[in-house]
Every structure is written in structure tokens, then in C-alpha cells.
Design a protein around this ligand. Sequence first.
Ligand SMILES: Nc1ncnc2c1ncn2[C@@H]1O[C@H](COP(=O)(O)OP(=O)(O)OP(=O)(O)O)[C@@H](O)[C@H]1O
Ligand SMILES: [Mg+2]
Length: 576
Amino acid sequence: MSSEFISFLKDLLSYIKPFWKKFFLGIIFAVLVSGITGFSTWAIKPIFNFVFVEKHYEYFNFVPLFLILVFSLTGIFSLLQAYFMKAVSTGVVNLIRFHLFKKCLHIPLQKLSKHGTGQTISRVINDTAQIEPILGNSFQNIVKELLTVLVLLGVAFYQKWDLTLVALSTVPVVIIGAKILGRKTREARRLAQSATGELTQKMNEIINGIREIKIAGSYEKVIELFHKELNRFYRWSLKITKYREGSKSLVDVVTGFGGALVIGYGGYLVINNVMSPGAFLSVLTAILLIFNPVRKLARAYTGLKEAQGAWIRIQEVMNLEEEKGGIIKASPPQKGFYFEKVFFKYAPHLPFVLKDVKLFIPANQVIALVGPSGSGKTTLVSLLPRFYDPQKGTVYLDEIPLKDFDILSLRELFGIVMQEPFLFNLSIWDNLTMAKPDATKEEIIEACQLAMAHEFIEKLPKGYDTVIGEEGFSLSGGQKQRLALARVFLKKPPIIILDEATSQLDSITETAIQSALDRFKGHHTIIIIAHRLSTVKKADKIILLEKGKIINEGTHEELLIKSPLYKNLYKTFHKE
Ligand SMILES: Nc1ncnc2c1ncn2[C@@H]1O[C@H](COP(=O)(O)OP(=O)(O)OP(=O)(O)O)[C@@H](O)[C@H]1O
Ligand SMILES: [Mg+2]
């Protein structure tokens, strides 16, 4: 056993700790099961010799009763042990999931993004799903079967050790065979799993791109792709079955050989009166009973090995560094934010998307960010609540580097309306109170009225209790933005970031954004990524971004004169 495997087992044990009572009960019942199996096998000798050899036929009636009792008890105790062990394994897997989930909340966005460990995370979610049945099976079998094997061995050796040794000479074949087949099963399972992954991904892609597929009329192509994935999955699934059933058949064959050896050599001993018929039967039964548990043990062992693979990937995520901040409690801006020679890229191999940004965002003013699509506007504002950290340069709030602030208190200062706001599949009510848990009904309605959301919410069949995403209910882009805006109105944070989306700006949403500006102007810091003339004009300062660089700043009138790009942008958005 490698040291990694041992440390994996130790990790596993530490996860079992909270469930020790159930684990203990599981072990007790496992002991009972193997105890009864051992006892009944051992009892064959005295019973057989007493009833049949010594001809006490009057006790014959007890033999079937004894059998019924033994099998019933074994059945009941097996059930109980399986139940408790399953409770432990499911509990352990759930605990792992829970820790993983909590961990994901604290991993920096950069690591979670597509180019970082995004895949690892989704892999880990699959990994936990995979180890559940494996661990369940291993937990159920290891203790019970190990004890059973030991007890049966004990009985067999006690009855006739040399005969037992002869029979056991076949066991290594089972172990080696199970190991080889186990490795093949594992490999096939890995490939089948990746095939399942591809399958789900394809299915998702098809459903998400259904409009494009319908328009392009590319049914044939999609069907062909899907069919290919299905075939791959089919082949690997069959391989798994082949290897797994192969190890079962191997046991059957070897059990046959073991049985034959016992009967051959044992029968010879009985005929020559070296051994009693009872002892012979007892050893024979023990040997026949031992092979199945041996196979199950071998499988539980390979199962644990498989789980170890998954565990290593889980550990990779668990060991990712978490976001951390300083100890200074952030308070609302007095002077403002300052970007000092900031460079930022999303991943090491990607180009910088913010280059040498020097920028002052004065407190309690309205700042508009404008620039072509992809120029880095959203990225720039994402640095403020430290969704990302720059690779070079520093962002300050009131002359203190953002990294020195306690991260929660820093983020507490912000209210953000994203370009594509995210809403949870909860009721509208719950989505809103998330921003301010102690909000009263009046406050919420007032915020929604300001955000021009109240009216459409009222018209929904269940009003504020409508659950987003339920029964096909969904909101338009503009409606989502207005709800997100209502959240901001409710929280009234000192810093408000509005990432206007060009595509989703209907005139109602525009009015809502105007009311935000009017209400918060002067005593809140407002950073708005603007496309609309009305919003841009109201800004105290406009910052013009192009290809990650700040190329100009000033008021609307100044920029119209100073910057041809601004003039151009302004014209494309405001043809009127
Ligand atoms: N999560 C991400 N991972 C990698 N690259 C990204 C990511 N988000 C944005 N980018 C890249 O960074 C650059 C700037 O993107 P950003 O979203 O900041 O632009 P934008 O000015 O907000 O554009 P738009 O007006 O279309 O919203 C783009 O080239 C984009 O491809
Ligand atoms: Mg953007």
C-alpha cells in the first residue's frame, strides 16, 4: 500500500468521525453477520457427526430449524449493517460536497473562470457523484467481508488446517485476476465517464443552440455528432460489463477448483478415517463460502483505489488559495478610487486587457465609462470590488490599496447592476431581500417603483411571489436589469456600478436608470458604463477606453471636440 493510499484512508477516516455512531453500529452488525456465518459453518461438524454419524435421528427435525434461524438472522443483520454503512458513506460524500461548495465560494474568480480551474470544478462535482456508490459499496463490504473471511478461515483451519491450505492455494489466482480485471474496469470506466461527459455537453449544446440549429437546418449534422457520442458510450459500457463480469466468472471457476481439491483430498481423508465426515463438510462449506467475500473484498479495494483518484482531484480544488484581504474595515469613499499603472489579464497566456490604466474616480460623482465593445469597461469596474486583482499596478480607495481592506467590508460598499444580471430561481421577493434581509414590504415596493419594476411585477399571476424560472416563467433582459436596479435602490450602497447593456435598454429601463442617477447623485459614487446620450450627458466625467487603454477623459462637450473616437461612438449610438 502506497503512502498516498494510506493518507487517503486517513482523510477518509477523518470524514467518518462525525458519523462514528452509525459507523460503530455498522461494524457491530458486520461482526454479528460474520460471527453467525462462522458459527454455523463450525457447527456443521458437531451437528452432522451427532445426528448422522452417531445416528441421533430424533434430533433431525432441528436441523432445518437451525438453518432457517441462521439465514434469517444473517439476512436481518446484513440489512442493518448495509443500512448503517450506507448512511455513513452518503454522509461522508455529502460532507465532502458541502466543504467543496463552501470552498468554491471563496476561490478567486480568476481561478474559477473558463481558463483556470473551471473544468476542474465541474470535474470535481462529477467526481463526488462517482465516489458515492463506490464508497457506499466499499464501506458495506470491507468490514463485513473481511471479518467473514477471517472467521471462515479460522473455522476451516481449526477443523483441518492442511486441507484448508490445499484449498487456499487457489486464492492468489482470484486476487491477481481481480487486480488485472479491476485495472481494466477502471480504465474502461474512466473512458465511459468522459464519454458520458461529452454526451451531456453535446446535449446541452444542442438545447442551447436549438434556434441556430433550426435556422441553419443542420439537423443531420447534429444527429450524426450525437450518434457518434452515443456509440462511444455504448462501447465503453459494454467493456466495463465484460471486465466486471469476467472477475465474477473467474471466482466461479476458481471456487470450482478449490471445491474439487477439498472434495478430492478431504474425501480421501474421510475414507481413510483420518477425518470425520462432519469436519469434512464443515471445511468444504467454509471454503465454498470464502471465495465470494474474497472477490467482494478485492472489488472494494479497487473501489477505494478509484475513489482515491477522485479524491486527489477534489484535494486539488480544496488546496486552491482563497481570496484574502487585509484587516482594515472599508468605509464609504471620501476622496475616491485611484488606479495606478494598472495592468490586467484574465489568464497568464492571454494578452493584457487593461494596459497601464491611470485613473481617478472621485467620490460622490457620476463617472461614465465609454468605449467600443471589448475595450475593457466591464473588466475595469470588476477590479473595484476585487472580483479580480491586477497583475501589475495598484488600485487604491482613499489612498489605501484595495488589498488591505477586509474583503467583505469592501464589497459591502458596492451595489452592482451587471450587464446580464443574474437572478436566482427563487421568488422575486427572495431575490430582492437578498440585498437587504431586513427590508420591509413598503421599502421593497418603493424600490421597485423607483426601478420601474413594480408595475410589471404586479401584473404577474403571483406578483412578488412569482418564482423566476418556474413553469417556463422568465424575464426579459430589461426586466432583469430593472430588478437588479431595485436591489440597488433597496441597499442604497455608497458605490453604485451600472453596466448598461446596449441590447437590453428599453425606454422604461432607461427611465429607471435616470431615476437612479437623480436619486443618488451627489452623495453616492456612481460609475456607469453608458451607451445612452442621456446618461452620458449627466456624468461629471466621461472616461474613454479603447483596447484596454484610457485614451481620453473629460465632459461630454470637451470630448466631442477632443476625441474623434468619442464623436464616432456618440454618433453610432445616437443617430436621432
Ligand atoms: N472572463 C473572461 N475571461 C477571459 N477573457 C475575458 C473575460 N471577460 C472578458 N474578457 C476579454 O477581455 C476583453 C475586455 O472585455 P470586457 O468585457 O471588459 O469589455 P467591455 O468593454 O465591457 O465590452 P462590452 O461593451 O461588449 O460589454 C475582451 O477582449 C474580452 O474578450
Ligand atoms: Mg461589458
